[in-house]
Design a protein around this ligand. Sequence first.
Ligand code: GLN
Length: 468
Amino acid sequence: MNSMPSSGTLLGHPKGLFLLFGTEMWERFSYYGMRAILVLYLISTVENGGFGWTTSEALGLYGTFTMAVYLTPVLGGWLADNVLGQRKSIIIGGLTMALGHFALGTPHQFIAGQEENLFYIGLVLLCIGNGLFKPNISTLVGDLYEEGDVRRDRAFTIFYMGINIGAFIAPLVIGYVGEKINWQLGFIFAGVGMILSVIMQLTMAQRYLGDLGREPSAMRTTSDGSAAKSQPLTAVERDRAKVILIMSVISIVFWTGYEQAGGLLNIYAKDFTDRNVMGFEMPASWLQSVSAFFVVMFAPIFAAMWTKLGSKEPSSPKKFAFGLIFLGVAFLFMVGATLVQGGDSSVKVSVMWLIFTYLFLVFGELCLSPIGLSLVSKLAPVKFLSLLMGAWFLCTAAANKIAGVIGGYIGEGSEQINNAFAIFSGLAISGFAAGIIVFLFSGKLVDWMHGAEGKERVEHDPRDHDVV
Ligand code: GLN
């Protein structure tokens, strides 16, 4: 294990947690800001500075891009584990993403005829950069804590707030600049956010993180003095890696529902929801900030709740099960909304249906997403630490793609209400079914964690020495 930095604590956590919080907040600000204007930019006419694509072309690219951005963390994780270490990966990844944003932000008049080429280069840079940045900033959070430290889930919940403060502000700032001033300036703002994130790391990491994440994890020396890389996995480590992979695959069910937010739920907000508030019709896209707002609001409550529960705190698999059940409840609200419409696409339902859907999606997210990051960091064999974090994000990539395909079944015209009813019911049922299954198997999954959490937490599991 890396040496722990000795810069003291803040609110009961190592100060390094708050540096990682700030670094990730600015990175997510840049990512979600860019994402908020990407489709709008593509469909905007050439005279208005866009590319004049059709909506379906733009949504097609959006789906592929949001998948691709989460495919690369496996490679970035491997590189960090074996060659670069997390700290260098974060800096290189951050600078690469900044270049990507600036490529998107280059005014068209400077690159006449090459606009689309530079645009694609920008997207590729974002994918490469995110691959190097995202898994490694997440595993560094876990590295701040020793094995068995109960503060870990709470630390990831705090870190998750940083993610969502960035995600909440970004569409408001970059969306405004992009839509009202010009698209390129919006992307440049995103690039500047990314640079701020890198500057925070460059100037403060030594002080608050010490040597954490400098050495590739596979080179770290274990208790017997040899490099982690040269040691075969023990039976315990294999079981723990198995738990990570199972939970990652289960997370696909959750993210497939959750990621309807940007697509199907967005369309539902636009076409079938009464968005009038005191005579003002709010833009459908505003509802995209609701989830991030709820996360920032409820994350401290969830963190406090886990603390308060003390020894009764549910295991990670049980939290996952609750997360999936919340997903089911969330989509029951959408089922309700379509029932109110009663097959008549001219009926506009109250915006509260969507608000409650987002609220329960966020309850689910808080039981599953920070807990998943924490789980990977506590269970991964040291030499595969960031690689397995990459595998967790790989499942997000798959879910983004599946979400787009499922959302696409909404179809066109008068069929949309019946189709939406079927999709929402299917998502609700899959949430409840997956939740019940995970709940039933949670005991077995906790066994496979071999004391990393749960009642039988032990210092050293005797099976740890069974080399396989
Ligand atoms: N919203 C979170 C983030 O951007 C979760 C992403 C995910 O794993 N789907 O980090």
